[in-house]
Design a protein around this ligand. Structure first.
Ligand SMILES: [Zn+2]
Length: 138
């Protein structure tokens, strides 16, 4: 198969598919950076390839899109009304994968923090305070 994408375009494409470097993720990174935390991104050697990892605090942060990860009770995570035979298993698999990744991270010594897209959009400074509180206890 011929691959016409430049490496650069390909990685942009992959980022879009995998939901990496999304606006809420960038916002969380910016706030952590502003608070002086050191972190690493997308550690592939960890279950679920967490979006942000704070090695010194032993915390893995996932910034989840509400729809893709089916944020419970969230207005931004509607149950698909059409093509349900396509969407429902797909979304259920995402949720199951998230739970599995979190279950695997904990015995490896990682705390897991999930930040939802809607929380960042609604009140980023509340998210920043919350993260600071969570990280201060480590
Ligand atoms: Zn949400």
């Amino acid at each position: 198969m011929v691959d016409r994408l430049t490496p650069e375009a390909r990685s942009r494409n992959m980022a879009a598919i995998r939901g990496k470097d999304t606006a809420p993720e960038l916002a969380v990174r910016r706030m952590l950076h502003a608070m002086g935390y050191r972190f690493r991104l997308h550690r592939r050697d960890l279950p679920g390839c967490p979006d942000i990892v704070l090695p010194r605090h032993g915390e893995a942060i996932f910034v989840h899109g509400c729809f893709w990860h089916q944020h419970k009770g969230c207005a931004h995570a509607p149950r698909p009304a059409s093509r349900t035979s396509y969407w429902l298993p797909k979304l259920a698999a995402n949720v199951a994968r998230d739970e599995c990744n979190q279950r695997e991270l904990r015995p490896l010594g990682w705390g897991v923090i999930v930040v939802w897209e809607c929380q960042v959009r609604r009140d980023a400074s509340a998210v920043a305070r919350c993260l600071q509180r969570l990280l201060a206890t480590d």
